[in-house]
Ligand binder design. Structure first.
Ligand SMILES: Cc1ncc(COP(=O)(O)O)c(C=O)c1O
Length: 377
C-alpha cells in the first residue's frame, strides 16, 4: 500500500528511523553499563514494542495502567513510579513490577509493608537543580512536589531502601550540563548511595540528538556507577522515538484574514497537545525556510489559537494537498483525546521492507464510548 492511499489524519512511524535511535541506545549501554527503560508516559504504542524490546531493558511508568501495559506488552524489567499511589494501586501492581518507586517518604512509610519482599523498593529524590526549558516541565521548580528534597530526607529511610530515582532533565542536548547535574547529585546525596543497589537518573537526556557526545556521557555514567558500586538506569522517552514519526494531514480549506491560513483535518489540542501546552511550533516537511508563500497551518478545532505553526512554501498551498507534521511521536499518541468529535488519527508503522502495517484505527463508536457507556434510563 502506498502512503497516498491512507486516509488522513494518521501517524506514520518509520521503523528504519526508530532503529537508528535504538542502535545509538545500544551503543550507550555497551559503553556505559547503564540499563535503559522506555518511559511509557512519552510513548506507549505497544504495536511497535517488538521492534524496541531487543534494544532496551524494560519500561518505566507514571501510573498503574502503564505498569500493567509495560509488564504485558514489553516485559524485561518493569519499574513502577507514581506521584501518588492509592492503596488499590499498590495492591494491583506489586506482583508485576520489579522496582516500586515512591514519590514521598509518607507514601513509602504507608505502603512499604505491601511491597517489601515482592519488589525492590525505591524513593524519588529531588536534587533541587535541573535542566528544563520551561517552568511547567521543570521538576526543580519552586515548591516542586516531585521527589524528596535534600533538606527533608530522614536518613532512617535508607535502611530499608534498595534504590533511588532522580529526574531532572528535559530535552537536554548538552552533555556537559548533564555531567554538572551528576556532580551535584554526588555532592548532595553521595553519602546515601553506599546502602543502595541501584540509582535511576530519569529521562530527558537527548543522547540521540545529532552530534551528541555519547562517549562523554557513557564515561561519566560508568565512572559514577563504579564509584558507588551501583546499577545505573536512564529512563528515555523522547530520545528513543525522536524524529521517527510524521502526523500526516490534509488541507481542507484555505482562508485569508490578513494572513493566509491552511486549515488541516487535525488539531493540536486533540492530536498534538504539547504544541499547544508548551507553545512550541511544529515543523512541516514540505515547508522551506525562504519560500515566498507564508501560511498559518491552522487546526480544525474551535479553539481560536489552535495552530500547528507558521511556515513558508515554494508554491501556493492547495485544498486536498497533504502535509507531514514532523517529529510527532513523543507525548502525542499517549495524549490523544476526542475534543470537538474530530476524526482520530490512525496509527501505522512503515517497516524497513516498505510494508505499511496498521496498528490502530478509530471510529465514531470509539468516540461515543469514551463519553458514556450507560445512560441514566
Ligand atoms: C520520571 C520520569 N522519567 C522519564 C521521563 C521521560 O522523559 P523524556 O521523554 O524527556 O526522556 C520523564 C518525563 O517527564 C519523567 O518524569
Amino acid at each position: 500500500m502506498s502512503p497516498l492511499q491512507l486516509k488522513t489524519p494518521y501517524f506514520l512511524i518509520d521503523e528504519h528511523k526508530l532503529l537508528r535511535n535504538l542502535e545509538i541506545a545500544k551503543y550507550l549501554k555497551e559503553l556505559s553499563g547503564v540499563k535503559l527503560l522506555l518511559a511509557l508516559k512519552c510513548f506507549a504504542t505497544w504495536g511497535v514494542f517488538d521492534i524496541i524490546k531487543p534494544y532496551l531493558d524494560g519500561t518505566t511508568s507514571s501510573g498503574p495502567f502503564e505498569v500493567k501495559l509495560g509488564y504485558e506488552t514489553f516485559g524485561g524489567e518493569t519499574h513502577a513510579y507514581s506521584v501518588g499511589y492509592s492503596e488499590d494501586d499498590v495492591r494491583d501492581i506489586t506482583d508485576i513490577c520489579d522496582k516500586f518507586i515512591f514519590n514521598s517518604q509518607s507514601q513509602l512509610k504507608t505502603y512499604r509493608h505491601m511491597v517489601a519482599g515482592k519488589a525492590s523498593l525505591g524513593l524519588r529524590l529531588n536534587p533541587g537543580v535541573s535542566y528544563a526549558g520551561q517552568d511547567l516541565a521543570d521538576p526543580a521548580r519552586q515548591f516542586s512536589r516531585l521527589g524528596v528534597h535534600a533538606d527533608k530526607i530522614d536518613p532512617e529511610v535508607f535502611t530499608s531502601l534498595n534504590g533511588v530515582m532522580f529526574h531532572m532533565n528535559c530535552e537536554n542536548k548538552d552533555v556537559d550540563a548533564f555531567v554538572a547535574l551528576l556532580n551535584v547529585i554526588s555532592d548532595k546525596f553521595g553519602n546515601y548511595f553506599d546502602a543502595l543497589d541501584w540509582v535511576s537518573l530519569g529521562g530527558g537526556v537527548f543522547f540521540t540528538w545529532p552530534g551528541y557526545n555519547i562517549e562523554k556521557l557513557a564515561s561519566a555514567l560508568k565512572a559514577f556507577g563504579m564509584h558507588y558500586d551501583l546499577q545505573l538506569y536512564l529512563e528515555p522517552g523522547e530520545a528513543i522515538i525522536t524524529q521517527t514519526t510524521d502526523l500526516v494531514v490534509t488541507i481542507v480549506d484555505i482562508v485569508e484574514n490578513d494572513m493566509k491560513t491552511a486549515i488541516v483535518d487535525s488539531c493540536t489540542e486533540a492530536h498534538r497537545l504539547d504544541t499547544l501546552i508548551y507553545n512550541e511550533p511544529a515543523f512541516i516537511k514540505e515547508s522551506t525556510e525562504n519560500g515566498k508563500h507564508t501560511y498559518v497551518i491552522g487546526s480544525c478545532s474551535c479553539l481560536a489559537g489552535d495552530q500547528f505553526c507558521v511556515a513558508n512554501f515554494e508554491e501556493p498551498l492547495e485544498v486536498g494537498q497533504r502535509l507531514h507534521i514532523l517529529d510527532s511521536a513523543g507525548y502525542t499518541m499517549v495524549k490523544l483525546n476526542w475534543f470537538n468529535g474530530l476524526r482520530m488519527p490512525s496509527v501505522y508503522c512503515q517497516r524497513t521492507n516498505g510494508y505499511i502495517q496498521l496498528l490502530n484505527a478509530f471510529d465514531y463508536q470509539d468516540f461515543k464510548r469514551s463519553l458514556s457507556q450507560w445512560s441514566v434510563n
